[in-house]
Design a protein around this ligand. Structure first.
Ligand code: DX5
Ligand code: ZN
Length: 216
């Protein structure tokens, strides 16, 4: 069963609690939290304080995507704030195994993410150590961008390595996922679809989620 992780980046922050409850009722599997620092990506969003304040709102896993430089410095805070999964960019981690072990040391699931132009080969050495591989299908920084088609073969590549190596990490896709692109991701091997604007910019969130999951 394909999972859906609505990204609160596209939610109405003036009523974030209600927004999260709405997508939870609508059938979400995870809540995707986009953390941006204005350095790794050209935008600034939220920090551990928001993770801590939404933690009691939902029982769904908080899937925290760190788009920040020097993530090691903030992992403890995000873990203690109540993250269930913390995902770091390969491009921001010169000592990737150390960073992944640091996340796990707090009892949190660890994910690795790569940008559209980063080859999958660069994360092959870490696959046995992660719970989740996130493949960006836009350049991170903003919601509402267009899906980059050339990432689809990379989804197939990572999925085939998972099988060959007998591993069980989840493959998550982030950026421009909506009806029309979702099916291609799932056919290529994706397990979890992040969707920001395709869920939160729609009035009926339950229908929006079903439209993405039923993309045939
Ligand atoms: C992009 C973020 C995404 C974003 C996706 O930098 O990592 O999670 O919220 O937004 P949509 O689904 O609108 O492309
Ligand atoms: Zn994200």
């Amino acid at each position: 069963m394909t999972k859906i992780a609505p990204s609160i980046l596209s939610a109405d922050f003036s009523k974030l609690g209600e927004e999260i409850k709405d997508v939870e009722r609508g059938g979400s599997d995870y809540i995707h939290v986009d953390v941006m620092d204005g350095h790794f990506v050209p935008n600034i969003t939220i920090g551990p304080l928001i993770v801590e304040s939404i933690r009691p709102i939902t029982d769904l896993p908080l899937d925290v995507h760190l788009m920040i430089e020097n993530p090691d410095q903030y992992i403890e805070q995000f873990a203690k704030a109540g993250s269930d999964i913390i995902t770091v960019h390969q491009e921001a981690c010169p000592h990737l195994h150390r960073t992944i072990q640091l996340i796990k040391s707090y009892g949190v699931k660890a994910g690795v993410v790569i940008n559209p132009a980063t080859p999958a080969e660069l994360i092959k050495p870490i696959l046995a150590d992660v719970d989740l591989v996130l493949l960006m299908t836009v350049n991170p920084g903003f919601g509402g961008q267009s899906f980059i088609d050339s990432v689809v073969p990379k989804i197939e590549q990572v999925s085939s390595w998972r099988e060959e190596l007998g591993l069980s990490f989840e493959i998550e896709i982030d950026g421009g996922v909506k009806k029309g692109t979702a099916k291609r991701c799932v056919d290529a091997g994706a397990d979890v679809l992040v969707a920001g604007s395709a869920v939160f910019k729609q009035e009926d969130r339950a229908k929006a989620i079903q439209d993405i999951l039923n993309d045939k």
